[in-house]
Design a protein. Structure first.
Length: 161
């Protein structure tokens, strides 16, 4: 997903080459804003992917210790009762819809409300624009972000091992 948002960001910035010479400042301002927002989302999605890979590798390496006595990750004790959240985002372009699941975030210790807001807002703005799956994926992602259940470490281990 971060590649898609990066390409879209670049397209908005390239479109500035058409708007600026014509002194179309309204379109130029919109292109700068949308290009910047998409670029920031691209960076966030790339960091999330890197975090997810590092965290799942750590879980694989330490799963026995986590299940018995718990293990510390970034100063947080992870044990069998630790709850995790995973968010979803959707981006639609034409007839294509892209779905993204975030990494697992520790419910009590990470910026889960901010992440929830970020993924939900991105989906609300960019998810609807594809027929037929855009609205379906968008509604599913928003409902998951707002009402999704937390997962325990044993469920995550079943998914990644």
């Amino acid at each position: 997903m971060h590649y898609v948002t990066l390409v879209l960001s670049a397209l908005f910035f390239l479109a500035l080459g058409h708007s600026l010479p014509r002194n179309d400042l309204d379109n130029a301002a919109a292109q700068i804003i949308l290009g910047t927002v998409l670029f920031v989302c691209s960076v966030i999605f790339r960091r999330d992917k890197k975090y997810h890979m590092e965290f799942t590798d750590w879980i694989r390496r330490n799963h026995l210790q986590i299940m018995t006595e718990g293990a510390e990750y970034d100063g947080v004790l992870i044990d069998r009762d630790t709850e995790f959240r995973q968010y979803q985002a959707c981006l639609s372009i034409g007839f294509l819809s892209f779905r993204l699941k975030s990494g697992y975030y520790i419910k009590e210790y990470s910026l889960t409300p901010l992440l929830n807001l970020l993924f939900t807002t991105f989906t609300m703005l960019g998810g609807w624009w594809s027929i037929p799956f855009g609205p379906v994926y968008t509604i599913r992602a928003i409902l998951n972000n707002l009402f999704g259940k937390t997962k325990k470490i044993d469920q995550i281990l079943n998914e990644i091992v």
